[in-house]
Design a protein around this ligand. Structure first.
Ligand SMILES: C[S@@+](CC[C@H](N)C(=O)[O-])C[C@H]1O[C@@H](n2cnc3c(N)ncnc32)[C@H](O)[C@@H]1O
Length: 417
């Protein structure tokens, strides 16, 4: 079915939103003010989903996307929006989530906007073919891969690595074999993690070392799945992060904030708000733990990833910092109020699902300060409502847009009793 539509707004996924009769339609790649002929391709709950069959008239908020792959590549959703329309839409994701939970949107501070070419952590996919490897991101709503020659969000070091990595994968990946490719630009080098598919053969080690040497990568390894241990293919340099002046060895697959700029903004927010006795949930490698401990705070830190907790403890011990870190699955064994007895501050940075399971203990604790870092405004606002209902006041919210041109937004928030 086709219909001519005027686009009125931008939806939560970055689609242009209009109406066909009394039905809402979400049109990928369309901007507010556009007149488009829409080809309806699917239906999602109460919304028709479509693509632009013909751009009849471009609206004032449309611009030329900076990336030549934008029309096909599913890695970015909103490169076609003019800068201020993009910034307003990104911010609206947070404002809407707050309003839906009856929280004060007036508190939201100006967004920290990261620049293009700063994404230091990304997951691409690769597919072996008879003509070499395809390396890139999936097309929108499809598993077909776009072979990306350029990517304006990646750091220059990661972008420069792509041709050599593609050639290596072309040599080692059998035709039809597909895997994920995790890239991390850290400490002046690149960590490459291949995830999934069959274990690369013996010859892959020598080829990986040669590629890493040529491309300036420090480590490359393979693991069958995200949760599995990594089989090393080549290690040329140590892979280390630095948090608050303390070096931490980065285990394969460990979480790091998506950009260095985003990490700096979040860490500054956390340092300014935290007290001297901090209970930190979802600490990862110690992005916030180590700067807090270096500043004199005693930190009890928990995370479910044992290799990250081990690396954090080794770094803290080496620097004689007052950190006690524990590996714990916080969904299966949520924090208890007794665990928070000594804390004046609870710091949380959960995955996208949020920290619902931790809220009973946090609200029952005597901690006067809660700092909540989140990559999902929807789960954040749900948990924030629970804190406010329990007597906390929401004092600050800082949006940090470190997921450029995507429907994701990072934020840090401060609550006090
Ligand atoms: C958004 S990251 C934050 C990490 C760290 N604060 C940072 O900034 O680098 C979320 C963390 O939650 C951890 N995590 C995910 N699920 C978990 C669970 N069920 N229990 C404990 N930790 C979990 C991950 O290992 C990861 O380190």
């Amino acid at each position: 079915m086709q219909a001519d539509v005027t686009i009125e707004s931008v939806g939560a996924r970055g689609d242009g939103i209009g109406r066909i009769g009394d039905r809402r339609v979400a049109v990928e790649g369309a901007a507010p003010g556009d007149r488009v002929r829409v080809r309806v391709t699917a239906e999602r709950a109460d919304t028709l989903v479509g693509t632009v069959a013909d751009l009849l008239e471009a609206g004032p908020l449309r611009r030329e996307p900076p990336c030549p792959h934008f029309d096909a590549c599913g890695g970015c959703a909103t490169q076609h929006l003019e800068e201020s329309a993009y910034a307003d839409w990104k911010r609206s994701l947070l404002l809407t989530a707050l309003a839906r939970n009856g929280l004060d949107a007036a508190l939201v501070e100006p967004t920290v906007q990261v620049a293009p070419a700063t994404r230091r952590r990304a997951r691409l996919s690769a597919l072996g073919t008879a003509r070499g490897a395809v390396l890139g991101f999936s097309e929108r709503a499809s598993r077909r891969l776009v072979d990306v020659a350029v990517c304006p969000i990646l750091t220059p070091r990661l972008e420069a690595l792509l041709p050599g990595l593609r050639a290596f994968l072309g040599d080692v990946l059998p035709s039809g074999a597909r895997l994920d490719v995790d890239l991390l630009d850290i400490g002046g080098t690149v960590d490459i993690g291949l995830v999934g598919g069959a274990e690369p053969g013996r010859e892959a080690g020598a080829a990986a070392a040669a590629m890493a040497r040529r491309a300036g990568a420090g480590r490359i390894g393979w693991r069958p799945s995200d949760a599995a241990a990594q089989v090393p293919l080549a290690q040329l340099r140590p892979i280390a992060a630095n948090f608050g002046g303390v070096a931490v060895a980065v285990p394969p697959g460990a979480f790091l904030q998506a950009t260095a700029e985003g990490e700096a903004a979040l860490a500054a927010f956390v340092r300014a708000a935290a007290g001297q006795r901090v209970a930190e949930l979802f600490c990862g490698l110690g992005t916030f733990t180590l700067p807090l401990a270096s500043g004199g705070a005693r930190v009890v830190a928990l995370d479910g990833a044992a290799p990250a907790v081990g690396a954090l403890m080794a770094a803290a011990r080496g620097a004689s910092l007052p950190v006690a870190a524990e590996t714990r699955d916080l969904v299966r064994r949520p924090i208890a109020a007794a665990d928070l007895k000594k804390a004046d501050t609870v710091l949380l940075d959960p995955p996208r699902a949020g920290a619902r399971e931790q809220m009973p203990a946090v609200t029952a604790s005597r901690a006067g300060t809660v700092i909540y870092v989140s990559c999902n405004p929807v789960s954040f606002a749900r948990d924030a409502r629970m804190l406010v209902d329990a007597g906390f006041r929401l004092e600050r919210i800082l949006p940090v847009d470190q997921f450029l041109w995507s429907p994701h937004l990072e934020l840090a928030a401060l609550f006090r009793r």
